[in-house]
Design a binder for this molecule. Sequence first.
Ligand code: MV4
Length: 450
Amino acid sequence: MLKKILVANRGEIALRVIRACKELKIASVAVHSTADSNSMHVKMADESVCIGPPKASDSYLNIPNIIAACEIAGADSVHPGYGFLSENPNFAEVLSDHKIIFIGPSAEHIRLMGDKVSAKRTMTDLGVPCVPGSKGIVETIEQAEASAKQIGYPVIIKASAGGGGRGMKLVTQPKELSESYHAAKTEAESAFGNDEVYLEKYLLNPKHIEIQIFGDGFGNAIHLGERDCSIQRRHQKVLEEAPSTVLNEKQRKEIGLICAQAIAKLKYAGAGTIEFLYSAGNFYFIEMNTRIQVEHPITEEIFGIDLVKEQIRIASKQGLSFKQEEVNFIGHSIECRINAEKIPNFTASPGLINAYHAPGGLGVRIDSALYTGYRVPPYYDSLICKLIVHGKNRKEAIAKLERALKELIIDGVDTTAGLFDLILKSDTFLKGTYDIVWLENFLNETSQAK
Ligand code: MV4
């Protein structure tokens, strides 16, 4: 087993990893910028190392500083959390050069999935259904025209180095293609230093459904069902739930098995998420994330499995603690992401937390690094609290959420918590038939109603 894990992250996910370390009797090392000296993750870890000034590029993203922190603390491994260096193949490589274990997949697998064209080619070859599109990178406008004609409009141009919605261009008619193609390449070059783009059929109003997988690195892999992450605003997820209201047991088993088999064939090691667009009963692969995700708790709640502990087990070459046939999910779980932002424009709202009270009770979980007297710094992600509920069915989960939201107090900064009271009253949400465009339309309608 690993002996000392350095947690290369901050906020609630750093706490999440430290908690897993404590239960596994593994020593934990927090790293922090000078803006985070008073943060909960620093207080909760066994020891801490300052890694630089507030700017993330000088601290949480600074690879030499993090390696130095590992050396100072004598850490044998690093958990990257999500964001920051979690999907940086160079980081995984440098750690391995220093004989430090990266708790995550190999640099090769991170690189393979970070490049969206190679990810799609790999998944296609492994029998995973993908969105119809160009055969690899589109090198010229002539190729783009031929490809778009074959796919059929509307098409979407995506940057191979992009992902998560960055660097995409929707093209509805042939006459718009040339301008969009050149603009997409220029934007991709300046955003990612790589102008490679590819084309896909643009799917209208799909759901975003993702499959949680784990590989042990030796050719064994399992899936832990799906999460419906369709409720989002500007590519930021707002509320996630598991299981999805639109899948039956047969569909779930089928897509889960396809994913697990692909991951096994790759000899992938660690946690991963395979993202699909889901439309008219069909799954279309778009991207794979090679990290633990923000919304992992809803899978933990319904399966009763600690995903971070499984990551640590895999990194210490102990394999998974369970087999596919030994696990099943129970009930329904929902996560609300509460951000320090002011509605309706979602502008950042950092500042002093005057009062904080977390809800509790059966089936209510809070993953947060907040405490009364804490000052939310202006330098990082605005996520300050995840409220997660688990009920025996969706109706009970919704009732618990409604109740828990009433108990939650976050005073001193503006938050997005009020948004969830509105969402929970919507018929479309209650039916579960929402798609990826639903929330933005709903927000426009409700703000007009005022
Ligand atoms: C798409 C799409 C429709 N058709 N690809 C946005 C994030 C990135 N992961 C992929 N995205 C999309 N790709 C095709 N071929 C629509 C989106 C999309 C979306 C996807 C998931 C969640 C929210 C979204 C919001 C707008 C667009």
